[in-house]
Design a protein around this ligand. Structure first.
Ligand SMILES: [Zn+2]
Ligand SMILES: [Zn+2]
Length: 275
């Protein structure tokens, strides 16, 4: 998802209160883009760093929850689009935490930086410290995070799965699908970036299918409007049980799968000259 002009001109209008979504997981993003703070018991992990323009919201949200942003020990990037990594370098400098990203999206970034920031927002480049190893989970403290390569939205989009547990031993399976926008498969995008691999639409479909049957108790949307209901339309409550709903994950992916299949179909019809 890319930003509207209003978002860039008046980012404070998208600010929101941070809130808890699982025993050790907190929403610290804004009304446009998700960022998730995980308390591992041995330091904090931050998945996605938002825009540079909204970094001050993010820092304030972390502090309002009672955490110190300087306790962040790892910055994980779901995919290399500016709405998810525009603030990465500033946070890396502030916290000293290393940055993780996929090898594939770093290659995309090095190939053409315009593929990373598609609009006219501030772009502050960064260097990663590590690439994800898809054969090995990312581990810190109590967190054992499975990193799954789910290409499609970008070549190196990654999704994250892990189990969180409360003080009574109740377990919650967590899922974050790294990028499910079809904007990078649309005709106007392909026209603008002719080197963009067309095969990514097939990858998108395969990636969704590979994750669709996973059991996810709590879905963490990379953008709050990706779930139904949208994240901000859930009943207002401090109780995390409001987010426990296994249908949310499968419904979100099913909807995207149908959109992708329709796009594939229309692309095929066009190629066959029947449109
Ligand atoms: Zn996005
Ligand atoms: Zn994106």
């Amino acid at each position: 998802m890319m930003s509207s002009n209003l978002f860039l001109q008046q980012p404070w209008r998208y600010a929101c209160e941070p809130f808890q979504m699982a025993p050790h997981v907190y929403y610290v993003g804004n009304r446009d883009v998700g960022s998730y703070l995980i308390d591992t018991g041995a330091g904090l992990v931050l998945i996605d760093q938002g825009y540079a323009e909204t970094l001050y919201h993010l820092l304030e949200s972390i502090r309002r929850l009672g955490f110190d942003p300087r306790d962040i020990r790892a910055l994980l990037v779901s995919h290399a689009h500016v709405d998810h990594c525009g603030g990465t370098r500033l946070l890396k400098e502030y916290t000293g935490a290393p940055v993780w990203i996929s090898r594939e999206d770093m290659a995309m970034y090095q190939q053409d930086v315009r593929l990373v920031h598609l609009g006219n927002e501030n772009w502050i480049d960064f260097q990663p410290d590590y690439f994800y190893d898809y054969d090995r989970p990312f581990c810190m403290g109590n967190l054992v995070l499975e990193v799954v390569h789910t290409p499609g939205h970008t070549p190196g989009t990654c999704s994250f799965f892990w189990t969180d547990q409360d003080a009574h031993g109740e377990k919650y399976r967590m899922g974050l699908y790294g990028g499910i926008g079809l904007n990078t498969q649309q005709e106007d995008f392909l026209w603008q970036y002719p080197d963009w691999p067309k095969s990514l639409l097939g990858d998108f479909i395969r990636s969704i299918r590979s994750c669709q049957n996973r059991t996810v108790d709590i879905t963490l949307p990379s953008h709050p409007n990706h779930t139904a209901p949208a994240l901000f339309d859930w009943p207002a409550s401090r109780d995390i049980s409001r987010f426990v709903n296994r249908q949310v994950w499968s419904n979100m992916l099913q909807k995207r799968l149908e959109m992708a299949l329709a796009l594939e179909n229309s692309r095929r019809e066009k190629e066959n000259g029947s449109v």
